[in-house]
Design a protein around this ligand. Structure first.
Ligand code: ADP
Ligand code: MG
Length: 331
């Protein structure tokens, strides 16, 4: 993980001098069970930004937003397949960039309006942003991340396999799988810093960032992969020397025994203890697992605290008063 330059200390209390990175889950944008029309997505984003704006207007100095894009990329991939005989399909990195643009401008409109409504106008800048991964990341030879809709037609799976796509069987059909390489560096980092210093709120590394490799010829190019958005958020929070990294999702935090009668929600937890729980398989693969990993990476790299909490409690979450708060190991 990137070297960290510490800016200021402080755990909890005043947010006035802080730099905070906030990751929004996909459910903030397309709630489970919804189809995700443009109007629905715009309305969900507006609701999420109303809560966030109140906290930012209360005096958080520097804010970077990042966001998921799973349902949106799934829809673009489906369009690719349905229209392939009419319009050439576009690669996955193009789909990620497209969702950064559409989700980004919608976030910017909503958050900008809300901040103005609080009498605390700020420029909100959505960036199409790239994240560097290693061309020889082992994930490229083992695509494991499911993307796009479930497919039940086996002939369709066979046809697409011949085009180089890979698939995994699930209980309800097949799903396309893609590599999910480790994020190494946020390529827009310097401009993000400049924008923050200029007073803007920045939307960056959405959907994990556009996966980018440097070829043997030294040139950058997009690759077909999906970087985990929680890990890309943790990377950016570390690179920026953020005071706090906040992951907002659709549950109140991290639970041990999730969904069982013994369910126990974690409050403040030292990173080593959370790592041990993760190693015992306590957290959902592909859901809570990556959030826990991201929170641990941020704190292990020197971050003060990482919070995993519900989007409904954005204010108290940013102040570290609710949810699961991951902190450094006390001696
Ligand atoms: P997001 O869209 O915010 O990334 P995810 O669906 O990926 O959301 O992850 C949040 C989900 O993780 C919750 O809705 C919950 O069902 C699931 N989950 C799995 N294991 C746990 C756990 N141990 N504690 C809390 N939630 C868990
Ligand atoms: Mg997720």
């Amino acid at each position: 993980m990137a070297a960290r330059t510490r800016r200021s200390g402080g755990s909890g209390g005043s947010l006035g001098s802080e730099r905070v990175v906030v990751a929004l889950g996909g459910n903030a944008i397309v709630p489970a069970g919804r189809t995700g029309t443009a109007d629905e997505q715009t309305a969900s984003i507006a609701a999420a930004m109303a809560g966030l704006a109140g906290v930012i207007a209360g005096g958080v100095r520097q804010v970077v937003l990042t966001h998921g894009n799973g349902p949106q990329v799934g829809n673009l991939l489906l369009k690719n397949e349905l229209a392939r005989d009419v319009v050439p399909p576009v690669p996955l990195d193009w789909c990620v960039a497209q969702t950064q643009a559409t989700i980004g401008f919608t976030l910017a409109n909503a958050l900008g309006d809300e901040l103005a409504g609080h009498g605390a106008p700020r420029t909100v800048v959505p960036l199409v942003s790239r994240v560097l991964v290693a061309a020889d990341d082992p994930a490229f030879s083992a695509p494991t991340k499911p993307v796009g809709p479930r497919i039940t037609d086996e002939a369709e799976v066979e046809r697409r396999r011949r085009t180089g796509q890979t698939f995994a069987a699930t209980a309800a059909g097949w799903r396309r799988t893609v590599p999910s390489p480790t994020p190494l560096a946020s390529l827009e980092l310097e401009v993000i810093r400049d924008l923050l210093d200029g007073g803007a709120v920045v939307v960056a590394n959405g959907g994990g960032g556009v996966p980018t490799v440097r070829g043997d010829d030294g040139r950058l190019r997009g690759v077909e992969a999906v970087i985990d958005k929680d890990l890309a958020g943790a990377l950016l929070a570390t690179e920026l020397g953020a005071d706090r990294f906040v992951i907002l999702t659709d549950v109140r935090g991290v639970a041990v025994g999730y969904g069982t009668p013994e369910e126990r929600w974690l409050g403040e937890v030292p990173v080593a203890e959370l790592r041990a729980l993760a190693a015992s398989g306590a957290f959902g693969v592909g859901s809570m697992g990556p959030k826990v990993e991201a929170a641990c990476r941020f704190v292990e790299a020197g971050g003060d605290s990482a919070v995993i909490a519900s989007l409904d409690e954005v204010g108290p979450a940013l102040e570290g008063r609710v949810g699961t708060r991951v902190v450094g190991d006390r001696p």
